[in-house]
Design a protein around this ligand. Structure first.
Ligand SMILES: *Cc1c(COP(=O)(O)O)cnc(C)c1O
Length: 413
C-alpha cells in the first residue's frame, strides 16, 4: 500500500521530491508543498472515524504529513468554536463564530498546531535540534514543544518583542537569540544558518510540513459546524501561510469525500502598518512590495511574506477580499471582542475583528452568512498594546462606607 504522503512538489514547476527536510525547488527555487495520495486517503477516512479520534488536531492524522502517530504536541488543537451571539448582534451577522486559538495548548496561539506537526515530522526525519525564525508566538511554541520532547532548541526573534513573548521563551530554557532587526532580518539569518547546520528550523527547512498544521483550523471548523463549510471566513495574515492552508484544508475535505464542493469566501486581514499583501490586493496587483513593518500587531509583522503571492491567489480564487486596520482599530477590535464575548485576544485578534467589522459594514459579509473569524493568539501576551486604553481599577480602603460613597447604598441607584 502506498503511503498517504506521496512527495513534496514544487508549487511553480511541479517537480517532485522525496518527503525529506527540503523546502525549495532546485530547478526554479519555487516553494515545495506536500502532495498526498487522496484516492488512498478517501478509502480510509470517514466522519465517524474522525469523531472517534483524539480530542486534538491528531484526529485528522490521515491528512497530516507524518508517517506514524503524532508524537509531539499531542494536545494541540481542537479548540472551541464559539457561537458569538453578542458580537454577531452588534455587527448584524446572525450566525457568527469565533474559532478560539487563544486557548490552544500549550502556548496559547495557533502556532501550537504547526509546531506539533513540524516537530513530529522533524523527529521522524531524525532531527535532534529544533529551531525557528519567529515574530513571537512561534518561538514560544517551539521552545515549549522542544522542552517536552527533550530536543535542543534555538529560537530567533526580533529585538522589539512584547515582554510576555520573550519570557514565554526563556522559561523553557532554549537558546533565545534576539536579532537586532526586523523579522525579515531574522528570517534571512535563519535561512543562512539552516544551510549549514542540521537543525529542524520548523518554518525554514521543515516549512512544507509545518504549514500543513494550519489546515487543522479548517478541518475543525467544518466538523464543529456539524460538517458544514462556513460562507465567509476572516483570517489574519503574517506570511500568508495560514490563509492558504485554511483554503487547502476545506478543499481537501471535499477531495476525500467528507463534504460537498466548497464555496467559502476567504478574506485576509492585515495591520495597516504592515500590509504588503492587503495593499497589493487593494491595488489589483498579484505581486506585493516588501515593506518595513510599523504596527502594534507584532505577531503579524512580516514585511516580506513568504506566502504573500499564494495568499493573493487564494483570496481571488475563493472570491474573498483583503482589508487593513489601523493600530487604533486593532485596540478597538480587541476590546470589542473582550466586551461582547469574554475572549481576550492578542493584537492579531484585534486585526481580525477590526477587519470583520469593516467587511460587515461594507456589506461584503451579510446578515445570513455563516461566518467564522479566526482568533489566533492570547491577549495576555500583548498587554502593552491595550494597557493604556482600558482605564484603571477603582481603589478604596477596606471599608463599607467608602464603598458606598462610590457606589451608593443598596437599593439606591
Ligand atoms: C503567526 C501568526 C499568524 C499568521 O501566520 P502566517 O505566517 O500568515 O501563517 C496569525 N496570528 C498569530 C497570532 C500568529 O502568531
Amino acid at each position: 500500500m502506498a503511503h498517504k504522503m506521496q512527495s513534496l512538489v514544487c508549487r511553480e514547476c511541479g517537480k517532485e521530491y522525496p518527503t525529506e527536510a527540503i523546502h525549495v525547488c532546485e530547478l526554479c527555487f519555487g516553494p515545495l508543498e506536500v502532495k498526498y495520495n487522496y484516492e488512498e486517503i478517501k478509502q480510509k477516512i470517514s466522519r465517524s472515524a474522525i469523531e472517534a479520534g483524539p480530542l486534538s488536531l491528531w484526529r485528522y492524522l490521515d491528512l497530516l504529513p507524518v508517517e506514524g502517530q503524532g508524537s509531539i504536541g499531542i494536545n494541540a488543537g481542537f479548540t472551541p468554536l464559539i457561537r458569538a451571539k453578542n458580537l454577531g448582534a452588534f455587527l448584524g451577522i446572525d450566525e457568527l463564530y469565533i474559532k478560539n486559538d487563544c486557548v490552544n495548548h500549550p502556548t496559547l496561539s495557533f502556532k501550537d498546531r504547526v509546531v506539533a506537526v513540524a516537530l513530529t515530522r522533524a523527529r521522524e526525519l531524525g532531527f535532534e535540534t529544533a529551531a525557528c525564525a519567529s515574530t513571537g508566538n512561534l518561538a514560544n511554541s517551539v521552545a515549549a514543544h522542544a522542552a517536552q520532547a527533550g530536543m535542543q532548541c534555538y529560537v530567533f526573534i526580533p529585538s522589539d518583542l512584547e515582554a510576555a513573548k520573550v519570557l514565554g521563551n526563556l522559561i523553557y530554557r532554549p537558546k533565545v537569540i534576539e536579532v537586532e532587526g526586523t523579522y525579515d532580518d531574522v528570517n534571512r539569518l535563519c535561512s543562512e544558518i539552516a544551510g549549514e547546520r542540521r537543525w529542524a528550523f520548523v518554518n525554514v527547512n521543515i516549512r512544507p510540513y509545518y504549514a500543513e498544521g494550519s489546515k487543522t483550523l479548517a478541518f475543525e471548523t467544518v466538523e464543529q459546524l456539524g460538517w458544514r463549510t462556513p460562507d465567509q471566513v476572516v483570517v489574519p495574515m503574517a506570511s500568508g501561510s495560514l490563509l492558504t492552508k485554511i483554503w487547502k484544508g476545506l478543499n481537501e475535505f471535499h477531495k476525500v469525500g467528507l463534504i460537498g464542493p466548497v464555496s467559502t469566501k476567504v478574506h485576509g486581514a492585515q495591520a495597516e502598518g504592515c500590509s504588503p499583501i492587503s495593499t497589493a490586493f487593494k491595488q489589483g496587483r498579484d505581486f506585493f512590495k516588501p515593506v518595513k513593518p510599523n504596527t502594534i500587531a507584532k505577531s503579524l509583522a512580516i514585511g516580506n511574506p513568504a506566502d504573500g503571492y499564494y495568499a493573493l491567489i487564494t483570496v481571488a480564487e475563493s472570491g474573498g477580499v483583503m482589508e487593513t486596520v489601523t493600530d487604533d482599530e486593532i485596540i478597538e477590535g480587541i476590546k470589542l471582542l473582550a466586551q461582547t464575548e469574554g475572549v481576550f485576544a492578542e493584537t492579531a485578534g484585534g486585526v481580525t475583528v477590526g477587519v470583520l467589522q469593516k467587511l460587515a459594514k461594507q456589506g461584503i459579509i451579510k446578515k445570513q452568512d455563516v461566518t467564522v473569524a479566526y482568533i489566533t493568539g492570547n491577549g495576555l501576551k500583548t498587554q502593552e498594546a491595550v494597557v493604556g486604553s482600558v482605564g484603571r481599577p477603582i481603589r478604596i480602603p477596606p471599608s463599607l462606607a467608602k464603598f458606598e460613597q462610590t457606589f451608593g447604598q443598596p437599593g439606591e441607584a
